[in-house]
Design a protein around this ligand. Structure first.
Ligand SMILES: [Fe+2]
Ligand SMILES: [Fe+2]
Length: 170
């Protein structure tokens, strides 16, 4: 029977038996907890250093979100379109999560352009994911708030999977 689950990273709800991944933010299935046990962390009290890290991360997420939207629109096949469409959704959830933690609005979108060929799109995706992972691992180590550490660690794990997908043409 279906039951309500809720993602402990992004807060989205899911009706099902179990899931391998959160379909919204890409977190590992263990993050989907029974809805009644879900903890609402909401907005956090952040010191200025943690706030700055979240702001930088929010910039990466919005940029990658709009980049993947462009990639999905200009995808060369329905196969690669499916990948880019879901990557865009994951990054959107990451942006919304960071904005919620900070009590901030999602910053205005700057239109991101993307290359014409899928090979080049994945090459750029690789660089973008690599940059995010590096920053999130650094931020997880430096941040003071335990929930912020956990969020950065979990985001870095998801972006590692994105990085692996970006190697599809290698
Ligand atoms: Fe999620
Ligand atoms: Fe992300």
């Amino acid at each position: 029977m279906m039951r309500p689950l809720r993602c402990q990273l992004c807060g989205e709800t899911y009706l099902g038996r179990e899931a391998d991944r959160c379909p919204y933010c890409g977190a590992a299935g263990k993050q989907l907890v029974p809805a009644a046990e879900w903890v609402d962390y909401g907005r956090l009290e952040l010191d200025p250093n943690d706030m700055e890290k979240c702001r930088t991360a929010l910039g990466f997420e919005v940029s990658n979100w709009t980049f993947y939207q462009c990639c999905a629109q200009k995808a060369e096949s329905i196969f690669t379109q499916a990948i880019f469409k879901r990557l865009a959704k994951h990054e959107m959830e990451h942006a919304e999560l960071l904005a919620r933690i900070m009590g901030a609005e999602i910053p205005d979108f700057k239109e991101e352009s993307c290359p014409d060929t899928d090979r080049e799109k994945f090459e750029e995706a690789h660089l973008r994911e690599h940059r995010a992972i590096k920053y999130y691992l650094h931020a997880a180590g430096e941040s003071r708030h335990p929930r912020v550490k956990e969020v950065f660690r979990t985001l870095s794990e998801i972006e590692v999977e994105h990085l692996q997908i970006s190697n599809i043409y290698k």
